[in-house]
Design a binder for this molecule. Structure first.
Ligand code: T1G
Length: 697
């Protein structure tokens, strides 16, 4: 018998315990063990029921994702499910932790299901670019009906035991250890003379308009295929006999298994977990952080304070004046009101956070006891140095001094203190209590335990923390500047900002670069262009039409006009005709004859610029692994998750072709388009960015 499943006899009940840590993934050994366990129980004299439960923190959390892309080995999971259901003895599942994907499908193939109150369930396969592939799309709708099943399959969301009971997914909720509540339930069923109950034998569910549901799913997922495939699979449950429905589900599942999206999304799954694991932090203990200081109560400062309060930290917020401190409290209360409305906190918690945990102040002395400070003041080096000089005086020994700068030199900021080893960059993204990305910017003298403290804080705040080195714009904003420049060059040469936005939203981005610029505020880019102008190389092509737009006070959404014009209360804007007039005037001035750009070429140039700069960021060690860059763009820049990130996208489309493109673009402009040496090296050696990830893990 495979060790992954232990067999135990308790009276007339055979007990199968899953023991495949950390999450009882349904790998080959577990599948073999389940089939062997059922067969052994059937042959075990006097056994009248079978109980299945998971040892450790959870019931089966799904198929073993590490096996995907490899040659599947029998028994296949759908066959294991059908084997369990076919057992003549009643089979009971007792669930705790997270019964996800194949794990829930196993449970649905048993005859009775009990769960602990905190158990969570779901079919998250769409988040891996797949659909349930072990009968879940055929069994679930027979229990819940089509609307609920469609919601669960296409959203991939988790749901709790209470909702599962209401939906008919489980039969009972019981407090206690899974083994104990399972045994008690099995005995109760035996005593009540309950018979085996196969979900597959339930009537086919009532159909709905599946074509409409398919279109809705496709539109909603902006090019991601799996949710729409999920609709077709659930449709089969209504239109086909069970066995044929399973075959249809399998065919759709195997089709998705061959897609680039599946590769991209599984890369995202494992990278999300690998990104905060740094070899150099092995065994390095972070410093304790229970109270933090935040300098500056503007949008960023208030967002950071909100994230910290929601994570259970005490916050001292410093502002220049009492009025400004009250205004900051107002912003934070506004953010927390949102959490209250969404049911993330209750009224009592709201009052505790705003009345007890948050302390607005104007005197830096109020920071004398905090464990960590995040400075979020105006993005100007002089102002930053002034703040850090003060912090150096008042903060206790061992306090971590962090800057939320998005571009500036953290080494230079650290150098103005007597404790540069305690200085680090913690670059949050706006809104800081919503955006999941945190760039942990490690300066030359930053101590390892201070880096570890940055990552530990990121984890506490529920962030995806990515290590970045010091350069202008770190990982994200540095690469952003490059692909934004590629876009601006296309605008000068003939494309319109609106065509570019459309091409990139069709590609899968939530918003195009010009709509994003309007959202962030055109004054930020304007300030950056002015800051860099004195040192700009004459060969650099920097259009001036955007400056003219700003000089007229058009900063985007916040002024109601930028690249787009925004009606009050409307998020989406309409193209601002003045923009094209400014662009055409500049082309004339520069003697440029505009040319046509296809959407495909726009995406190709935009992505080539992103990947090429990404390779340079890797060469310089600003990012350690390509997956670090991928996570920055997935969690900070709205990059479509189903590509896995820009570096993964590059691997999938092929580095040689991309390098050829960059070399052809360099014939037009060899100042901007310099192929990264790393890209040339990988192509020459026939290697990929993924090879680098593997080598670094
Ligand atoms: N397969 C392989 N490894 C897995 C895994 C899985 N399903 N789930 C987790 N791990 C690893 C993970 O990489 C990490 O490893 C460790 O376990 C702890 O995970 C046919 C096709 C269960 C909620 O999508 O959502 O079934 O980094 O850090 O925060 O229809 O993991 O330590 O080396 O995330 O406590 C469907 C995926 C599969 C669930 C636990 N199931 N997992 O969260 O720990 S597809 C899923 C999760 C499927 C069938 C189809 C979470 C979790 P390492 P962790 P956690």
């Amino acid at each position: 018998m495979s060790d992954a499943i232990a067999y135990e006899r308790v009276g007339d009940i055979a007990v199968l315990k899953a023991q495949n840590p950390p999450v009882n993934a349904l790998g080959y050994d577990v599948r073999v063990g389940l089939v062997e366990g059922i067969e052994r129980a059937e042959a075990d004299e006097g056994v009248r029921a079978v109980l299945i439960y998971g040892d450790g923190t959870t019931w089966f959390a799904g198929a073993d994702i590490k096996e995907f892309g490899k040659t599947p080995k029998e028994p296949y999971l759908p066959d294991v499910c059908n084997r369990i259901e076919a057992c003549p003895l009643i089979v009971v599942s007792a669930m705790h932790g997270t019964a996800l994907g194949g794990g829930l499908e196993i449970a649905l193939s048993t005859h009775y299901r009990v769960a602990v109150p905190k158990a969570r369930m779901g079919l998250p396969e769409v988040h891996l670019g797949l659909i349930p592939g072990a009968t879940g799309t055929q069994r679930l709708p027979r229990l819940t009906g089509v609307p609920a099943a469609l919601d669960i399959v296409t959203s991939g969301r988790q749901f709790g035991a209470k909702e599962a009971l209401e939906l008919g997914v489980i039969d009972k909720i019981e407090e206690g250890e899974p083994r104990e509540i399972g045994l008690a339930y099995a005995r109760e069923l035996l005593e009540s003379g309950a018979s085996r109950r196969a979900v597959s034998e339930l009537a086919a569910p009532e159909a709905i308009d599946f074509d409409a549901a398919y279109e809705t799913a496709l539109k909603k997922s902006r090019g991601q295929l799996s949710p729409a495939y999920g609709v077709r699979a659930v449709q089969a449950a209504c239109e086909l006999p069970f066995a044929e429905g399973i075959a249809k589900e399998r065919a759709l599942f195997m089709e998705l298994m061959q897609t680039d999206q599946r590769q991209g999304m599984i890369h995202a799954f494992f990278s999300e977990r690998a990104v905060s694991k740094l070899p150099e932090l092995k065994g390095v203990e972070p410093r304790d952080v229970s109270a933090i200081g935040v300098i500056g109560g503007g949008t960023m400062g208030a967002g950071i304070a909100t994230a910290a309060l929601l994570a259970g930290l005490d916050v001292v917020l410093i502002e220049m004046s009492a009025e400004a401190a009250e205004a900051a409290r107002g912003r934070i209360e506004g953010n927390l009101q949102g959490a209250l409305k969404r049911g993330k906190i209750d009224q009592a918690k709201f009052e505790h956070l705003t009345q007890k945990a948050l302390t607005p102040a104007t005197d830096y002395e109020a920071l004398s006891d905090v464990d960590l400070v995040v400075e979020a003041v105006f993005e100007e080096m002089g102002v930053k140095k002034d703040v850090f000089t003060k912090l150096d005086k008042v903060c206790k020994k061992g306090a971590v001094l962090a800057s939320n700068t998005s571009y500036l030199d953290v080494d230079e900021i650290a150098a103005c203190t007597s404790r540069p080893e305690d200085v680090i960059g913690l670059h949050f993204f706006s809104p800081a209590h919503v955006m999941k990305l945190l760039e942990v910017v490690v300066a030359d003298k930053t101590a390892p335990e201070v880096v570890a403290t940055g990552f530990a804080l990121g984890k506490k705040l529920g962030k995806i923390s990515v290590r970045a080195g010091v350069c202008d714009g770190f990982i994200g904003n540095r690469i952003l500047k490059t692909y934004r420049t590629a876009a601006e060059h296309m605008v000068l040469d003939g494309a319109s900002p609106y065509q570019i936005d459309k091409a990139l939203t069709d590609f899968g981005f939530a918003m195009g670069p010009y709509a994003v610029a309007d959202l962030a505020g055109l004054d930020i880019g304007w300030a950056t262009r002015k800051r860099l102008a004195p040192t700009r190389d004459a060969r650099e092509r920097v259009p001036t039409y955007a400056d003219k737009l700003c000089e007229e006070g058009n900063f985007g959404q916040k002024t109601g006009k930028g690249y787009y014009i925004y009606e009050a209360g409307k998020r989406a804007g309409v193209p601002n005709p003045e923009v094209m007039e400014l662009i055409e005037a500049e082309r004339k001035e520069l003697g440029i004859t505009p040319r046509e750009f296809s959407d495909e070429e726009i995406v190709r140039r935009y992505m080539a610029a992103m990947v090429n700069e990404g390779a340079k960021v890797l060469e310089e060690g600003i990012a350690r692994r390509p997956l670090d860059i991928d996570m920055v763009f997935l969690f900070g820049y709205g990059f479509p998750r189903y590509y896995g990130g820009p570096m993964k996208w590059a691997d999938i489309v092929g580095l040689p072709g991309l390098l050829d493109d960059i070399k052809s673009y360099a014939e037009e402009d060899d100042y901007f388009w310099k192929p990264a040496a790393l890209l040339e090296k990988l192509v020459a050696e026939g290697r990929t960015f993924d090879d680098m990830n593997k080598a670094a893990s």
